[in-house]
Design a protein around this ligand. Sequence first.
Ligand SMILES: Nc1ncnc2c1ncn2[C@@H]1O[C@H](COP(=O)(O)OP(=O)(O)O)[C@@H](O)[C@H]1O
Ligand SMILES: [Mg+2]
Length: 308
Amino acid sequence: MSKTTQETSTSPAAPVPGTPEPLLRAEHLVAGYIPGVNILNDCSIEVAQGELVGIIGPNGAGKSTLLKALFGLVNVREGRVMLEGKEITNRKANVLVEQGVGFVPQTNNVFPSLTIEENLRMGVFLRPKTFDRRFEFIADLFPTLAERRSQRAGSMSGGERQMVAMARALMMKPSVLLLDEPSAGLSPVRQDETFLRTRMINKSGVSIIMVEQNARRCLQICDRAYVLDQGRDAYTGTGRQLMNDPKVISLYLGTLAEDEKAAKTARVDAAAEASAAADAASAAATATTPPSTTPPSAPASSPTPQDR
Ligand SMILES: Nc1ncnc2c1ncn2[C@@H]1O[C@H](COP(=O)(O)OP(=O)(O)O)[C@@H](O)[C@H]1O
Ligand SMILES: [Mg+2]
């Protein structure tokens, strides 16, 4: 891999002789839903054994479509998908699961009326005898799930459900896991947990392709990343290279920079408010008024409605 961020328009997807075959490679994919309308337009990505690869890009760029195309859920019209050097283009999802590909969709990724244990059993229904052994592995990674195995998934918070969805995909011992926006809809604290967990899963030996809307956090934890734009892999590099590339910042992380500016302003405003409140409180105290019974306001990281 080049030491600098690459604009990928001219980079060949063909394997370079003498370099090890990546675990999963998508070459020049063209794919879409409606006949004649291509969502992926010559999209090439790869993940090496043990790598955590991020996919970022604007809304509608085709990130989810790319994962679905890799997992046989969207028809690939041109190009090919290779797993350990063998072609798996347009294989059905159940076959891909058997071959070591796991997929966690962004939404509707658990069976809410089933318990955690039943959800995990569904994950391994192709090999029910391996349940106990895999459950031990899952319990090591996610002790909470083991402790609460009889709880119904539908009664869990958004962050916990995401954990169940990841655990279910891991039950089949995938060599590569495809994650679609695992942090979406979670509070900042739960997002951090999700990123940590993703890294832990990766460290346990599972290669990962993670699509993320939280571009900064994604680039911080991944080994390499791709910026997807209009169905193409527009840029690639390490997370750090992409984060510091002026072109990538101005074209794709612009809103990120604005978000950060807004967050900084909000912090300054909050500090000013806190200081004004402190002034008011000390003025009130010196005026011998009774202490206020107003409870303290919720912390900025209080759970979102999806993340009870
Ligand atoms: N099931 C579908 N049928 C038709 N078009 C779809 C479908 N899903 C997504 N699209 C279209 O594909 C494009 C890319 O969507 P998607 O891959 O979900 O983008 P991203 O995940 O990057 O936000 C969008 O224009 C979207 O409207
Ligand atoms: Mg998406």
